[in-house]
Write a protein that binds this ligand. Structure first.
Ligand code: ATR
Length: 279
């Protein structure tokens, strides 16, 4: 019997996850279906209960429900707990297990697709909201030399860093006017690109060897990517992260890891002529 999965969000029509999981299923010979599921803004928990009742095996969770999904899960993985957000639910043995594959997806994109290791690197993380929080533990586990979290609202960066103390990595927080670079890796985890805005970051954050990655993607480079490229940095958008977080969710559900190379190439080609943003 075909095992059913879906992605829950609001809005959801723009989601590329069904196409990505369809390719993974065909490639690995897994008999699954995967649809878009629009949940009312005040009806996420009920939507999940209905899916469980209908025999679904799991669901991805996207904007704006990732934090609410923490409360809906009956058990959380270590990485979901650290992220304070859930993007992958598994419905197994009467349990709703919450996991988070966003951060691991970003790390996989940097390490495997961009060929950049995290070990020993100086990392600048712009933003201290939900997206930044989800990235922290997988980044720390990559063994960088340091992670500096810079945020427009300094206090939010302070409390994010404080909640990850006790690891063998130099962690620090600062305001956006205190950033002193250059860094090996700069991640734009603010939501600035959603409004085509530039997050406050000085040119001195970048050098020729810097990898500058925006977790958003669109048909054109974000203002952050354009600025980083003008300083000579290598740039990357969030499309690889999108595909890799999906591959990690597929692995959690099916126990088999799909190959992401072809999907990434196909999507890259498709969005070149299609203006879309997702994270
Ligand atoms: P998300 O889930 O996308 O992380 P969020 O939790 O609302 O969303 O966090 C948004 C982050 O982007 C915050 O760090 C926010 O900075 P503040 O804490 O100062 O609000 C940051 N942000 C959003 N728009 C920005 C902009 N135009 N410039 C700089 N930072 C921005």
């Amino acid at each position: 019997m075909t095992d059913r999965y879906c992605v829950i969000g609001n809005p959801i029509a723009h989601s590329k996850s069904p196409e990505i999981h369809a390719v993974f299923a065909a490639q690995t010979g897994q008999d699954i279906s995967y649809e878009r599921c629009l949940a009312p803004l005040d009806g996420f928990a009920e939507t999940v209960r209905n899916l469980v009742a209908q025999g679904y095996k799991g669901a991805n969770v996207t904007v704006p429900f990732k934090i609410e999904a923490v409360g809906v899960a009956s058990r959380l993985s270590e990485r979901a707990l650290a992220a304070g957000a859930v993007n992958t639910l598994s419905f197994t043995n009467g349990e709703i297990v919450g996991d988070n594959t966003d951060g691991p997806g970003l790390v996989a994109d940097i390490v495997q697709n961009a060929g950049v290791t995290l070990a020993g690197k100086r990392i600048l993380l712009l933003g201290a909201g939900g997206a930044a929080r989800g990235i922290m533990l997988p980044f720390i586990e990559g063994g960088p030399q340091s992670i500096l979290v810079a945020n427009r609202t300094r206090a939010t960066a302070d409390s994010l860093v404080a909640s990850f103390s006790g690891h063998d990595v130099e962690l620090a927080a600062c305001g956006v006017d205190e950033i002193a670079g250059p860094f090996d890796i700069v991640i734009n985890a603010t939501s600035s690109s959603l409004s085509d805005a530039m997050p406050p970051v000085p040119a001195s954050a970048f050098a020729k060897e810097t990898l500058a990655l925006d977790i958003m993607y669109g048909s054109a480079p974000s203002p952050f990517m354009a600025f980083a490229a003008a300083q000579g940095a290598s740039t990357r958008d969030g499309l690889g992260m999108l595909v890799e977080q999906a591959a990690e969710a597929f692995t959690v559900w099916r126990g088999v890891r799909p190959d992401t190379g072809d999907v990434l190439t196909q999507l890259r080609y498709a969005i070149a002529s299609f203006n879309s943003k997702e994270k």
